[in-house]
Design a protein around this ligand. Structure first.
Ligand SMILES: [Zn+2]
Length: 382
């Protein structure tokens, strides 16, 4: 399999979802060194073999989909008994908030797919990790219990919406989030009551000093009319990542990205259950079952660390000029260069790669060396 014993440049798919960054400052076209088309949102760049946006590699002088190449040479490319690439790597660049969502675990995913294959195309679980490339704002998981209930004291209109009795009942329960979540979803079917409540909270926020939480609430209200999302937002943790910081989102943790750019690595799955802030399909019944209610420990990792989960590991590596690392492959790796240039050396050959390029290193390549041609930063996923 000599033809596979080399690194491959990946040709990747850009997703133009409406929440993506637009114009001259949009991250993705700047990163790729291309000119942004006017009024086109640049939301995501996908690096992987997912059928909704497969990367291509050049094999025997032809660009073919990565999934097709893997199907032809699974052992040579993946290096194990698996049949599919277990992860999907993305750059995600948000100007507007994304939907509030949660992803199922393996067991839940299998069940969802069986009952509703149209909305749940995969049988896979979905773990996600987000590593900030710019300042990044997100909401992740529910607030700790004390803080959670303080929200109803702070916003009387919200307290009225849920009902005092329900709140008192929830306070005594260990599954307090579930009780409130169910009530929030039930009450929000009354659109008039929902919009009045959101208006009242907005009015209160405008009168008070402008804290960041308030500003974001108003932004959500403006972007998504008649949506339960702004109320969810008040009950969740607002997190700010600086470039290089990381948050891990296991299955079951409710989350939404607000703005900024990240490298996102996830299990190769598109299974998403949406709760709000979206015109897309919302599956509130399954949401109630899948959201995990335990207190969330936020893992914000520093730079130069690696992260492992069931489906992949990702490392952020920084090399000085002329620094090298020797690698021994036993499985597929993917590199994404975010700064500088590097050589990949194998056998007696070498090839130069540079910023913005994503590289597939098939398992069969065996031993190889990464040599920094300039100072460089890259992500390595395997
Ligand atoms: Zn997600």
């Amino acid at each position: 399999m000599k033809k596979l014993e080399r690194p491959f440049l990946l040709k990747n798919v850009i997703k133009n979802y409406e929440w993506g960054q637009k114009g001259e400052k949009a991250f993705i076209p700047n990163f790729l060194g291309t000119k942004a088309t006017k009024n086109v949102p640049y939301a995501e760049l996908w690096m992987g073999a997912h059928p909704n946006g497969p990367s291509k590699i050049k094999l025997e002088n032809q660009w073919i989909e990565l999934g097709e190449a893997i199907a032809k040479y699974p052992k040579e490319i993946l290096g194990n008994s698996k049949k599919e690439l277990p992860f999907l790597l993305k750059i995600l660049s948000a100007e507007k908030v994304l939907s509030i969502q949660v992803h199922p675990n393996k067991k839940q995913a299998e069940k969802l797919h069986e009952n509703d294959p149209k909305n749940y195309p995969d049988v896979n679980q979905k773990n996600e990790i987000a590593i900030a490339l710019t300042n990044f704002l997100a909401i992740v998981g529910f607030k700790y219990k004390k803080e959670f209930f303080r929200v109803f004291e702070r916003y009387p209109a919200f307290r009225e919406f849920i009902g005092k009795e329900k709140i008192e009942k929830a306070k005594k329960a260990s599954n307090f989030c579930q009780i409130i979540l169910a009530e929030l979803i039930r009450k929000s079917k009354d659109e008039k009551f929902l919009s009045e409540t959101i208006e009242k909270i907005a009015l209160q926020i405008k009168k008070e000093k402008k804290i960041e939480e308030g500003k974001i609430f108003l932004q959500l209200k403006k972007e998504y009319k008649l949506d339960v999302g702004p109320l969810f937002f008040l009950l969740m943790n607002l997190i700010r990542l600086k470039p290089g910081e990381t948050v891990f989102l296991p299955s079951g943790i409710l989350h939404a990205y607000i703005r900024g750019t990240i490298v996102e690595c996830m299990s190769n799955s598109d299974n998403t259950i949406r709760a709000g802030l979206t015109p897309k399909f919302k599956d509130v019944e399954n949401l109630k079952k899948i959201v995990s209610y335990k207190d969330l420990e936020l893992k914000i990792l520093e730079k130069n660390s690696s992260f492992y989960c069931a489906d992949f590991s990702i490392a952020k590596i920084k090399l000085k000029k002329d620094e090298k690392i020797r690698q021994e492959n036993d499985s597929l790796r993917m590199l994404l260069i975010t700064k500088g240039e590097l050589f990949i050396e194998w056998g007696n050959r070498k090839r130069l790669f540079k910023k913005s390029q994503a590289i597939l290193i098939p398992a069969i390549l065996g031993k190889f060396t990464i040599l920094a041609n300039t100072e460089c930063d890259f992500f390595e996923v395997k």
